[in-house]
Design a protein around this ligand. Structure first.
Ligand code: MG
Length: 446
């Protein structure tokens, strides 16, 4: 069986490349990885094949001697938090924001950090060998446990809940037929919010495109305006990422929300450290400079942020696709925590969401994709010699980032698709368009 990790876990098409047989094999291998010892927490999203894969995965784990606690349907951040608080490892059955026919698994260690590249390699090697098989009296035990109450309490404890309650916010929650539908509406009601639910049925049949992006949120945007809500929030299927819509119906990109939350943390704790990838907007650099904080830059990908956050003991992490990391809770992305934190910022400031965004420096951004065969991706470093522009700084942490006085162009290979992604940012609309066409022609020439 061919096992391959993408940027986050293992994914495939249900009953084609992600089968019950593969799930069994993954369970056996994961159990063998931990020498058949310890307690693993398993949760799943709403996808139609998640129960099938859950049963096979758990069989594999139990056969090695691992004890399993099945949390049932739950968002991935709830799993991460509970893993960090008392398990040896965790597995989430999900394919995050992929189309509904996909499914997969995310593996995390007992510290709630996603598998590192080294651990993935070890896992793939182990999968080629015979798994551990426990003796009849050492086979693992299975129990079920609800984890949402414990996690909800933690989230409410993370914020000034009284301030939020007195704000009496009205929130439109679009859970995209994913796992957050089970948690988020009820959690917001506990914070005295008036909740308008959108796509909250737990079916795994997506009534909107599963990835929350500006172009997929038109129903949410209209609802926020029609309901005169304070804001809207949309989650992906496993509930680790979320994108906000302000009270005027404007989509707030993930790095802008992340910067807003980072600013609060820097104001509360002088010299706090924030982890964010190389693709993040310069708005964060500006805020860190103004508020006196340190930024630690990483490669693009949630696992690099989580790993760095833990190893550096930093205070907060975020990424532009709408992932926020709160080390008090876990070292994986947490869309629910980001939502309650946004409520707290609104409550304490007494300002509207759009007013808070207007306080941040504004940059223009363009994102492009250029098709690229897998074996051509390794040619990206060669772009370095083709850069004809003056007055630049080149960063090669992940792909190539060319930084100018008034903007930047990042060109990097996608970890999941046959594409090169180009992120362009500049201080004016004209400049961003100029840099975008320059970057695009450079990549196409390659
Ligand atoms: Mg996700």
């Amino acid at each position: 069986m061919d096992i391959k990790f993408s940027t986050t876990g293992i994914r495939g098409i249900s009953n084609k490349t992600m089968t019950a047989e593969l799930a069994l094999k993954l369970g056996q291998t994961f159990g063998t990885f931990f020498n058949g010892k310890g307690k693993v927490l398993v949760a799943r999203d709403t996808r139609t094949s998640s129960e099938m894969l859950r049963s096979a995965l758990i069989s594999g784990l139990l056969s090695t001697g691992i004890n399993v606690v099945d949390a049932g349907l739950a968002p991935v951040p709830a799993l991460s938090h509970c893993v960090k608080e008392g398990f040896d490892a965790g597995v989430m059955i999900t394919s995050s924001h992929n189309p509904p026919e996909y499914n997969g698994m995310k593996f995390m260690t007992g510290e709630s950090v996603e598998f590192s590249s080294g651990e993935e390699k070890k896992f793939i090697e182990l999968a080629k060998k015979e798994p551990i098989k426990a003796d009849w009296d050492k086979v693992g035990k299975l129990e079920e446990q609800d984890i949402l109450e414990k996690y909800s309490k933690k989230l409410i404890g993370l914020i000034d809940a009284e301030a939020v309650r007195s704000g009496k916010f009205k929130v439109v929650v679009d859970t995209g037929n994913g796992a957050q539908g089970k948690l988020m509406p009820g959690l917001l009601e506990k914070l005295d919010c008036e909740v308008v639910g959108l796509f909250t049925k737990l079916t795994g049949i997506f009534e909107r495109a599963p990835e929350p992006r500006p172009e997929t949120l038109d129903v949410l945007i209209e609802k926020v305006k029609a309901e005169n809500a304070d804001f809207g929030v949309a989650f992906d299927c496993d509930g680790d990422r979320c994108i906000f819509v302000d009270e005027t119906g404007e989509v707030v990109m993930g790095d802008v929300t992340g910067t807003l939350l980072a600013r609060e943390i820097l104001r509360e704790k002088k010299g706090a450290r924030v982890v964010t990838p190389i693709s993040t907007s310069k708005v964060m650099d500006d805020v860190a400079e103004a508020e006196g904080g340190e930024i630690i830059k990483t490669m693009v990908g949630a696992k690099y942020i989580g790993e760095t956050l833990k190893n550096e003991g930093a205070d907060y992490g975020f990424e532009e696709t709408g992932g926020s990391f709160f080390p008090e809770i876990s070292f994986t992305r947490d869309g629910s925590a980001a939502t309650v934190k946004v409520l707290e910022v609104l409550a304490k400031s007494g300002k509207k969401f759009s007013e808070l965004i207007a306080e941040l420096p504004k940059y223009y951004q363009i994102k492009l994709k250029v098709g690229c065969e897998e074996d051509k991706k390794s040619d990206i470093p060669n772009l370095k010699d083709k850069i004809d522009k003056e007055n630049k700084e080149i960063v090669t942490m992940d792909g190539i980032k060319v930084v100018f006085e008034d903007g930047s162009v990042l060109m990097r290979a996608s970890g999941t698709e046959p594409l090169i992604r180009i992120f362009v940012e500049a201080i004016t609309k004209e400049k961003v368009e100029e840099y975008a066409s320059w970057g695009e022609s450079l990549v196409k020439a390659l």
